[in-house]
Design a protein around this ligand. Structure first.
Ligand code: HEM
Length: 349
């Protein structure tokens, strides 16, 4: 939010965003006059780059960061500090963090997902424009080719390390697991967040050039799965359960003690499961000609503590040599807006 924004500004912004989202997700333009039917001497209501494009499956998700409730110096800018979920705290510092302020934090978040990036960008651009004077765009990330499959009907996608990603992810079809691990339950509180969730975003740069020089065997050791099929190194096919006890003829574990899948596995993390829903990104290249690429890791979970547990366990991840966490944010995601209401309305009730 802008420095001078008031509680009324916040509420009016959420109402305006909800109305705009209802139109955008139907493939409609912003405002009755849209991009080209307004007065010729006024700026058009809609920016126009999605004219003629279908809704493309656009979904919009809104979230509230810890600083919306209370700034680091304890200021309650919008009179909502008492309604802050106990679990919504800034993430702790993790081993190896190289966070850049330019990709970190935020009072509000808007996630636009669509089959066509032009439609997603149009949504973000117009929602930012609607926020003018009330909120400023702090940072944004364009991603492509979702990295983690989230449904059994999808072929498992690949990340930019070339490995299948999402094999052991929570899947939409596992409704009871999704209830247990993703949606905030009444007992968790607060009331306004019930049936919502928490989003953790981590911009993870991949040191692509170093990774690409590693032997296939080393790449597979780091992940703990085969590169082609995505099968556990302990044997079987893609969806065979990982067996961490299996050893080779020399007595060495087939899945390395520091393999990513071993350290991230629920058995290692008190049964914690995350709904991973990230995207690949390439932001051009740096001055040395290295691709500025990686994984825009996004996970939804019932509490940010679940992410913290897994990320702490990954402190000794063999993958750490090939990645760098450069951005980070956490948000409470209110449940979807009811007809006639607006997103996050319960927070102000
Ligand atoms: C660039 C960074 C990362 C890459 C390239 C990566 C890649 C992978 C791959 C290839 C798998 C195996 C396939 C699968 O089951 O989905 C996997 C599994 C997993 N990853 Fe990551 N990952 C990254 C970061 C993270 C982070 C930051 C977390 C959470 C803190 C995480 C949590 C998990 C979990 C929970 C699993 C499933 C483990 C299991 O139950 O078998 N990953 N990841």
């Amino acid at each position: 939010m802008s420095d001078a924004a008031t509680r009324d500004d916040l509420v009016s912004l959420l109402k305006d965003w909800t109305a705009a989202a209802a139109r955008l997700t139907q493939g409609e333009q912003i405002g009755a006059d849209g991009a080209v039917d307004g007065p010729p001497l006024a700026p058009p209501e809609d920016t126009g780059e999605a004219l003629g494009l279908p809704a493309s499956g656009l979904t919009l998700t809104f979230g509230f960061g810890p600083a919306l409730f209370e700034t680091s110096d304890g200021t309650d800018r919008f009179g909502i500090a008492s309604r802050r979920p106990d679990a919504l705290q800034p993430l702790p510092r993790f081993a190896g963090d190289a966070l850049e302020p330019a990709y970190t934090g935020g009072d509000l978040c808007v996630q636009a997902c669509a089959d066509d990036p032009q439609v997603a960008v149009h949504a973000i651009r117009n929602l930012s424009r609607i926020a003018f004077g009330r909120a400023d765009l702090r940072w944004s990330q364009l991603g492509f080719g979702r990295t983690s499959s989230t449904s059994t009907s999808q072929v498992t996608a690949r990340n930019l390390f070339g490995f299948k990603d999402g094999t052991a992810n929570l899947k939409a079809e596992d409704a009871s697991l999704v209830d247990e691990h993703v949606w905030v339950q009444r007992a968790d509180g607060p009331d306004w967040l019930v049936d919502g969730s928490y989003l953790v975003a981590r911009k993870i740069r991949m040191i692509i050039e170093v990774w690409d020089r590693q032997a296939l065997q080393e790449q597979e050791r780091v992940i703990g799965r085969s590169k082609g099929e995505g099968a556990p190194l302990s044997g079987g096919t893609e969806f065979t359960a990982l067996d961490f006890t299996k050893k080779d003829a020399n007595g060495a574990p087939l899945i390395d003690p520091r393999a990513h899948v071993r350290l991230a596995h629920p058995d290692r993390n008190h049964g914690v499961r995350l709904l991973r829903r990230g995207y690949n990104f390439v932001d051009g290249n740096d001055e040395l000609g290295r691709l500025n690429a990686g994984l825009f890791f996004l996970s939804f979970q019932r509490s940010p503590e679940d992410f913290v547990a897994v990320q702490r366990s990954l402190a000794s991840d063999a993958m750490a040599e090939y990645i760098k966490h450069v951005g980070s944010a956490v948000f409470a995601i209110p449940p979807g807006a009811r007809r006639g209401s607006f997103v996050g309305a319960g927070l102000f009730a």
